[in-house]
Design a protein around this ligand. Structure first.
Ligand code: PMP
Ligand code: GLN
Length: 380
């Protein structure tokens, strides 16, 4: 195994989902919904397969119907205009979008400043590109970025900022004011930005502000999103980027040798999903907001310190009030103790001490499942 990858071992999501399956536990670890997305969208995928749309290699940039639907979505929700022919690339989930963007835009030795705790593929992809990650640590209890620290972290080697808002696992949603400072720094220091906005429709307080909508940012920003999160079809692996033509073209160069293309029939179905009425997006958010409250309250009642998220479908907690010293050990023991699985945030930190006792819980689950999990946790 390549030395830069060996350090990453098995992803925590695979480890914890395997533990959930082996112990028959309630899986609040890996972030995937236990209820599929809209039936008519599933039906659209079936129709595409039956009608022979996308059963053979789709076009490299993605099927035109989906590229057009992505640009219409950016226009409808954010007033952002992109050209479907030159400024959109469909990828195998956001995961490939992240990998292809970092492989395309980084050279060995380049520095990447990323919000820590980071989603686990960021660190691995930065390493695969031979680049160096420089964490900007979000700290409990507020998990806001320290923008002076960001300014200080930028060096002549800094090539790129890697953002994520709403942020997994902390649930932080960057404010317009925070993004404005980040944007100013990016312009001043001539940095590229890759921004992972897969939870764009899961904001419970405030509003999602796409970084590309800030002055000077559209031309230097690669924005990533995914149908997995917004439409609850994580297994379809349809993601995309929007960016100016030169950046799309660069990312496409990497993507063509990773998967070339993927998800043919699902691309047609996601095109239909993106055109769903506003009520779909509103109901989706309202449903998850209620689940956030149920699980936050339940975790608090069970004795955890709860950091109520502004967005995403994750809640970060601290296990110290339960007398626990280590989140990883706690998560490994939890199935045996009460039949619930969660994710230790420490694996998303370089600074392990900052996240040692944090544990993340996914609430994209049926209400009865969340209720049962809370009942079990209260007996801890
Ligand atoms: N980025 C973040 C922040 C995520 O949480 C996830 C999935 N949980 C992804 C990217 C990957 O998305 P996809 O499943 O579309 O590859
Ligand atoms: N992104 C999901 C999470 O944060 C998991 C996706 C994966 O397993 N790679 O839990």
């Amino acid at each position: 195994l390549n030395r830069s990858l060996a350090a990453f071992g098995t992803t925590i999501f695979a480890e914890m989902s395997a533990l959930a399956a082996a112990t028959g536990s309630i899986n609040l670890g890996q972030g995937f919904p236990d209820t599929d997305g809209p039936a008519e969208i599933a039906e659209a995928a079936v129709r595409a397969i039956r009608d022979g749309r996308g059963n053979q290699y789709p076009p490299g940039p993605g099927v035109p119907e989906l590229r057009t639907a992505i640009t219409a979505h950016q226009q409808r929700f954010y007033g952002l205009s992109y050209d479907p022919d030159t400024e959109v690339l469909v990828t195998a989930g956001a995961t490939e979008a992240i990998a292809a963007s970092l492989l395309a835009l980084l050279e060995p030795g380049d520095e990447v400043i990323a919000l820590e705790p980071f989603y686990d593929s960021y660190a691995a992809c930065i390493a695969m590109a031979g680049a160096v990650r420089v964490p900007l640590t979000l700290r409990a209890p507020h998990f806001r970025p320290d923008l002076d620290a960001l300014r200080d972290a930028i060096t002549p080697r800094t090539r790129l900022l890697l953002l994520n808002t709403p942020h997994n696992p902390t649930g932080t949603v960057l404010t317009r004011e925070e993004l404005a400072v980040i944007a100013e720094l990016a312009v001043e220091r001539d940095l590229l930005v890759v921004t992972d906005e897969v939870y764009e429709h899961l904001v419970f307080e405030g509003a999602h502000v796409p970084l590309a909508s800030l002055p000077g940012m559209r031309e230097r920003t690669v924005t990533i999103s995914s149908a997995g999160k917004t439409f609850s079809f994580t297994g379809w692996k349809v993601g995309w980027i929007t960016a100016p033509p030169a950046l799309v073209s660069a990312v496409r160069s990497a993507k063509q040798f990773l998967t070339y293309v993927s998800s043919g029939p699902f691309q047609y179905a996601v095109a239909e999903a993106l055109a769903l009425p506003d009520s779909y997006f509103d109901d989706f958010r309202a449903d998850l907001a209620a689940k956030r409250d149920l699980l936050s309250d339940g975790l608090a009642a069970a004795g955890f310190e709860v950091f109520r998220p502004q967005g995403t479908y994750f809640i970060t907690t601290d296990v110290s009030p339960l007398g626990e010293k280590d989140g990883l050990a706690f998560c490994r023991a939890l199935p045996g103790r009460c039949g619930v699985v969660a994710i230790p945030n420490q694996v998303f930190y370089d600074d392990k001490s900052a996240g040692a006792t944090q544990v993340r819980w996914a609430f994209c689950k049926r209400t009865d499942v969340l209720q049962e999990a809370v009942d079990r946790l209260r007996r801890l």
